[in-house]
Design a protein around this ligand. Sequence first.
Ligand SMILES: [Zn+2]
Length: 508
Amino acid sequence: MTQSGGFVLTGGTIVDGTGAPARTGDVVVRRERILSVDSPGREWMQGYRKVECFGCVIAPGFIDAHSHSDLKVLDNRTEKLLQGVTTEVVGNCGFSPYPTPDDPKVLRDFANGILNGDQNWGWSSALDYLASARKSKTATVASLVGHGSLRIKVAGNTSRGLAQSEVDAMCGLLAEAMEEGAAGLSSGLMYAPGSGASAEELIALCRVLASKGGVYATHMRSYSAGLVEAVEEQIAIAERSGCRLQISHLQAAGEEYWPLQQRAITLIEEASATGIDLAFDAYPWLAGSTVLTQVLPQAALDGGIPKLLSRLRDPFEREAIRPKIKPEAHWNGVVITAAAYDEASLVGRCIQEIADERGSDPATTVMDLLLEQDADVTIVEHSQSLENLHALMTHPLATIITDGVYTKGRSHPRLYGTFPLLFGDLVRERKWLTLEEAVHKVTGKPATAFHLHGRGRIEAGYLADITVFDPGMIRSDATYVKPDVIPSGIRAVLRDGNMLVDSGVARV
Ligand SMILES: [Zn+2]
């Protein structure tokens, strides 16, 4: 990390994060803040380091508004930083590493497929977690309370409906977390035990958010057959509670459901027009990334992983689960990215291929694999359309995110290349968005949505989170087969006035 009296970023094009037209100018950084944004020709102040930005864009540091790096920011991992990210909103999809229940293992079993942790993590409160996260050298961290984590703290890993006293206890803990600095609540309604929550339970929690100014980010109940109903439910929750709604990673997954996306977008637009405070986010990739247990009926996970494994061992329970294993899945497009024990023979292969090799069917193969690997298997699923992706990326209510998940084997390339892909492929090559629009969607827009005060803009007085990139060179070569490729074209990244990427190299 290079600390100095300050920097003068000179000769570049300023894209300030508001969506306003690019302009030339010098950006002067003093300690942790932007001191001035001046026109060229200003005399350098003594003791300031001059950073030549000729041909480059000077943008606010990118904000990854949907991250699963809750644990990895503490290890100072650089995958996001090398993409130009300076702030991460963690705790998404119902998974946060707090509050720990009496037996922390229950929370770890629930969340480790997404957070990729060991068996030692856990924080009792938002206060404790944020204290650890503030020590991260790579990112500023905003944290959502995971609804699944909160539910486990109060009721254990159970998908049953909760008693009023239990909902009240969750509301009390959420209020406390908000006072301690949490940014809001996230739900993961396709993951047990969050999948067991009623709309009423979520409304009660969202009323707490409304009173504290928090955001409700939701991984909805469905992104395929039930997409439209899922959007309707979440809009009703926002309307009845009065909280701000962020629909997470909007998409229509599965070819037969692609036409539903436009209806979902129209519902969001109509709600926005009536004054409901809502938006959505999306990642610029056609494949998703999750745990293999997602293809199961979530009732099979009631009680946690040990219960799941015993159900999969029971011939009668297996037969009950089998017909409910994602009947609409295209198993050629479901590719294993990590497995607990047999990585060499499984990673990179699709479920259909493994089933064929075993002389079995995909549903049986899924159950067998989960048993063999102690349910510790992650996947990417190729399921979306380019036309829909265009509609999402270019929509005025959209924020662009990584949704990056660290997995033990081969992570989805979005962990390494999302923002360089946005500026290289979508802005420069396909011309889907202007530079100004794209920068706004990953800086000013998420800063406002998640109340990240003082960040997300190149403006005097703002914190000096700055990403300098070459708009002609920026690109990601990360692929599903070889994801761990450092992107090109990111020249410098400053966070709170510290230069963390210098001439393209991480200095943390
Ligand atoms: Zn999610």
